[in-house]
Design a protein around this ligand. Structure first.
Ligand code: KG4
Ligand code: ZN
Length: 361
C-alpha cells in the first residue's frame, strides 16, 4: 500500500485531537517535491477549559466530536477538494488523552471505511518534530530536536524520518507544565505559558533567585518540579498564592511580573544550556525547536543568540504551527509515505496509544 501512495500526486488528510485542540489539514505529496500544505483549520478549546484551570478530559472529547466534521468540511472547501480526492487519512494515534484520541481515530476510521481509503496513525511528537519542514526555512537532516510541549521535554537526535534517538528528557514536570503550574500559582489564566511570558515582559529576570535543577548535571536530562515549588514558596511567603486579584493591584503587579520574569528566565536558561550541550555532544550544528513552548519569544531569542555564537542554526515551525494542529499530523504522514516508511492500515483496525515513546517508533 505504501509504494502505491508514493506514486503520483496524493492527498493526505490530517486529524489532530490528542488534547484541547481539534486540528484538520490537507497536505499534498508529489514525487520529488516537499509536501505542500493546502489548508488547515483549528478549533482551540482554551476558552471552555479556562473556567476549570486546566483541561477536563471528558469535555475535551465531547467538543472534539462537535468540531471534527465541520473542520473537515472547512479544509476541503479551502483547498477546493472533495472527500473522494483524499488518498490517506492520518490521525494522531498518541500520546494524549485516551478519549480525545479516540474521537479523532474514530472519525478517521469511519471516513476510511466510507471512502475505502487507508489510515495512518501518527505519533503526536513526530508531528511536532517535523513541523519546521512546513516553514519557509526548513531544516535538513541530521539535527538535534528540542521538543518542549505541555506534556514532554525531550532532546532527540534526528537522523531522518523515523530515525530518532533520545538524548535526554525531563525526570518530572515538562517545561510547558512548569510554565502552566507556576502561572496558575500566580493566579494567571490557563494555559499559563503565554500569559506568564506576557507578564514577564514587565519584570526583571534576576528579581527572584530561583533554582535551575540539573542544569549542570553531566547528562541531558531536565527537572522542573523544584522550580514550581520555589515559585509556590515565594507566593506563600507573600501571602499571594492562587490570588487572581493581585494582578489587578497596582502595588502587587510589578512584583508578580518580577516573579514571572524570573521563572521564565530559569526555564529558558536550562533549556538553552542543555540544547547547547546536546549540540556539542552530537557534534551537530542544527537545532530544531518544536512544541508549544517553542512559541516562547525569550527562548527563541536566547537560542538564536547562543547558536549564532557557535556558528549553528536554529529552526522553528511557523508560530501558528508551534502548538497542536492538524498540519503537522498530515505532514508527518506525508513524510513517512515519501520515505517509504508508512504502513497504512485498513480503516477497520484502528487503535490509540495514550502513552507512547517516540524513540520506540
Ligand atoms: O504542544 P502543545 O500545544 O501541546 C502539547 O502537546 O502539550 O504545548 C502546549 C504548551 C502549554 O504548556 C503552553 O503553556 C505552552 O505550550 N506554551 C507556551 C507559550 N505558548 C504555548 N509556553 C511559554 N511561552 C509561550 N509563548
Ligand atoms: Zn503537542
Amino acid at each position: 500500500m505504501s509504494s502505491d501512495l508514493q506514486k503520483g500526486t496524493r492527498l493526505v488528510l490530517g486529524v489532530e485531537s490528542s488534547c484541547d485542540e481539534t486540528g484538520l489539514a490537507l497536505v499534498r505529496i508529489q514525487p520529488g517535491q516537499p509536501p505542500e500544505l493546502l489548508a488547515h483549520a483549528l478549533h482551540s478549546q482554551i476558552d471552555m477549559h479556562q473556567a476549570y484551570g486546566g483541561v477536563v478530559p471528558e469535555l475535551a472529547s465531547r467538543d472534539h466530536i462537535r468540531r471534527v466534521v465541520p473542520l473537515a468540511r472547512q479544509v476541503l472547501g479551502q483547498a477546493g477538494q472533495v472527500l473522494q480526492d483524499i488518498d490517506l487519512i492520518a490521525y494522531t494515534r498518541g500520546p494524549g488523552l485516551a478519549g480525545a484520541l479516540l474521537v479523532g481515530a474514530g472519525f478517521a476510521a469511519a471516513l476510511g471505511v466510507a471512502l475505502d481509503k487507508p489510515l495512518l496513525g501518527v505519533h503526536h511528537l513526530e508531528g511536532h518534530l517535523l513541523s519546521p519542514f512546513l516553514s519557509v526555512d526548513p531544516p535538513t537532516f541530521p539535527f538535534v530536536a528540542l521538543l518542549v510541549s505541555g506534556g514532554h521535554t525531550q532532546l532527540m537526535r534526528v537522523d531522518g524520518v523515523g530515525r530518532y534517538t533520545l538524548l535526554g528528557e525531563t525526570v518530572d514536570d515538562a517545561a510547558g507544565e512548569a510554565f502552566d503550574k507556576s502561572a496558575k500559582l500566580m493566579g494567571l489564566p490557563y494555559p499559563g505559558g503565554p500569559h506568564l511570558s506576557r507578564l514577564a515582559q514587565e519584570g526583571r529576570d534576576d528579581a527572584f533567585d530561583l533554582p535551575r535543577p540539573m542544569m549542570h548535571s553531566a547528562n541531558l536530562d531536565f527537572s522542573f518540579a523544584g522550580l514550581k515549588t520555589a515559585v509556590r514558596t515565594n507566593l506563600v511567603r507573600m501571602g499571594w498564592l492562587d490570588d487572581e486579584l493581585r494582578l489587578k493591584d497596582p502595588a502587587s503587579r510589578p512584583v508578580l511580573a518580577d516573579l514571572a520574569a524570573s521563572t521564565q528566565a530559569a526555564i529558558v536558561e536550562v533549556l538553552v544550556r542543555k540544547s547547547l550541550a546536546a549540540l556539542k555532544r552530537t557534534g551537530l550544528q542544527r537545532l530544531v525547536v518544536a512544541g508549544g513552548v517553542g512559541a516562547n519569544q525569550r527562548l527563541r531569542d536566547q537560542l538564536d543568540e547562543a547558536a549564532r555564537r557557535r556558528g549553528g542554526r536554529v529552526h522553528y515551525p511557523e508560530l501558528h504551527l508551534c502548538t497542536d494542529n492538524g498540519a503537522m499530523i498530515a505532514l508527518a504522514a506525508a513524510m513517512r509515505v515519501q520515505a517509504g516508511l508508512a504502513q497504512p492500515q485498513h480503516a477497520a483496525t484502528f487503535d490509540v496509544m495514550p502513552r507512547w515513546e517516540l524513540a520506540s517508533i
